[in-house]
Ligand binder design. Sequence first.
Ligand code: BGC
Length: 746
Amino acid sequence: MNKLMILCAALLVAGCSGGAQKESSKNSLSSDKVVEHKVDSVLKLMTLEEKIGQLNQLTGDGEVTGPITLASSYQEAIKKGEVGSMLNVNGAAYTRKIQKIAVEESRLGIPLIFGYDVIHGYKTIFPIPLGQAASFDLEAIEQSARVAAIEAAASGQHWTFAPMVDIARDPRWGRVMEGAGEDPYYGSLVATALVKGFQGKDLSDTSTIMACAKHFVAYGAAMAGRDYNTVDISNRTLYEVYLPPFKAALDAGVATFMSSFNELNGVPVTGNKEMIHDLLKGKWGFKGIVVSDWASIMELMPQGIVANPYEAADLAMNAGIDMDMEAHIYTAELPKLLKDGKVSEAQIDDAVRRILRMKFKLGLFDDPYRYCDTIREKELVLNQSHLDIARDVARKSMVLLKNNNVLPLSKNVKSIAVIGPLADDQNDLIGTWSARGEGKDVVSLLTAIKAKLPNANVTYAKGCEIEGDSKANFNQALAAASRADVVVVAVGESAMMSGEALSRAYLDLPGVQKELVLALNALHKPMVVVMMNGRPLTIEWMDQQVPAILEAWLPGTMGGPAIADVLFGDYNPSGKLPMTFPRSTGQIPLFYYQKNTGRPRIDSVRYTSKYIDSPNTPLYPFGYGLSYSKFDYSDFAISSPSIGMNDTLTVSVKVKNSGKYDGAEVVQLYIRDLVGSVTRPVKELKGIRKIFLKVGEEATVKFKLTAHDLAFYTRNMEFKAEPGDFKVFVGSNSAELLELGFRLAQ
Ligand code: BGC
């Protein structure tokens, strides 16, 4: 019997394939039960080798068109049913070719799942995730993931290795660009929005893809910000800071999790039974796939927790890793482990079930090629509406850091000099993890400014490179600037300075960019610095000297037009920092969610908690960002000075746009528990509202707080609120807040 026939027969026996069967089964079984039934019927047909094959994920060659270039050994493995999923296989036509091998040439014809790092767009590239997070606009963030999913799904992908929901509090770590920043509450909201965006309402819809909450867990706490480094944190910090966004992703229905490379308190997470088997799959009840990170099962050896591949597979399988990404260890070692009784067939079956379950949910057993649609791919990828959305998300992500009456610039300006190594750049603007994004599709800032100002004299000079110490082109830049009425300088990091394995020990502007900015600033022209970078940088000198600074992050395909929209007032900046900007690397880690200590800083008192050579405060705090307008906060009130455990406290505040421009403001609510069975941070974010106000308009913003919002892991690690006195704060950023007190009664 041919493989498809074997499968169909099995599914018919299971009573749940074919139109009529489907109708009747719908009445008798919930759809989840139908899926379970189908999964079991396929599992019954599988040999041990085929089962283990499902747990194996191999990488493709990144090819998008043309003949199959996939290594012949990989093609052979697919034919033998030894592969369950491939990553880095791209394009509708090419994924179809590879899928055909699995479906037509393997014994059972089980389709492959294709996975890819679709992190901030597929071909239409959005701002880096940290930039998106700066929008504090959850709808915009969800929409970016929706567009990414639509493009990726049309190009044959079923699965993205995103969102990265690692909390990141050390800007030296290169991967801060991939996450939502430092705060667990906000990180959880962003995680939810991204999962919803990627997965939509139904995985069988061919415009959706499976999301993957990664890297489980605490990867962002890598010591000293050095990628892959040791993580040694308290259980309390783990539960309070690093786990919540993962739990939020789970609650949003995320289909998959990826384990992290790091060790956690002595045990690498890839082999950490307590975290994956007991917590994630056990206590949290996760039913989807847990994939290892790239070859991380192999890395259990150099990490020093196992001596050989046999032990590595044993540890990972027993920890609960279902799928082995590119380590080839499960295929090699699981048969022996099973024979030796170290791993049971039931364990292998459970892992296979998780993978087959998703293949059914994606509809791959109905039509393995339903995502490989060259017509849809052509229509959807990089289409104008996606580019428009990318431009909108990019402008929402920008954070105005300083503005001494320079911005917005007038569109009537006669001459403008556009300077700097990123001013006419296309390749760096899409950042790392830019999937199929290409520099050639990026609209540079220079091009966008020229388009915005058809009648102005727009001159350009690069001035210097991002890195390197040549100042040979400074004079040309200074000459262009001195002839212009207004100067725009675009500086920052290249794409390859943030992302995986791209940690930095110094967070200055690289190369001679600082010198370029200072030389231009000495001309005393109206000047704005546009920063493009993947992480907070130490720019106190810039803040002290330059009149206007716009943080544009690495803004994606439509970055240039989005920046131009902000510079010339077609969009009033509304972004806020999702991560603290320190004054110096010496202050790191620096984040708003600090404890008070027994000796909080008093400048004039020696024995208090401080540096002798730096303020404790950051350059720009979490939640900070200016607008062209001005928002006044007043009438801050709470519904009662005291609430009980089952009550709700209503917190309200009036916000008025008292400036000259319509615009949006991110109203933030923080709390502080003054005395607890364990010490609590001086501020914890518990609410955000992004509101749009026209000039002169005023709105009352209301937040609701319940005991759940006040809860934390108490002395004996119970998650609950403790009675006592609290402070509640509202305002425009984590450092400038109105404050009231209330009591939580027993
Ligand atoms: C990264 C993951 C990524 C995987 C596949 C790893 O090196 O840590 O985040 O999903 O590669 O590309």
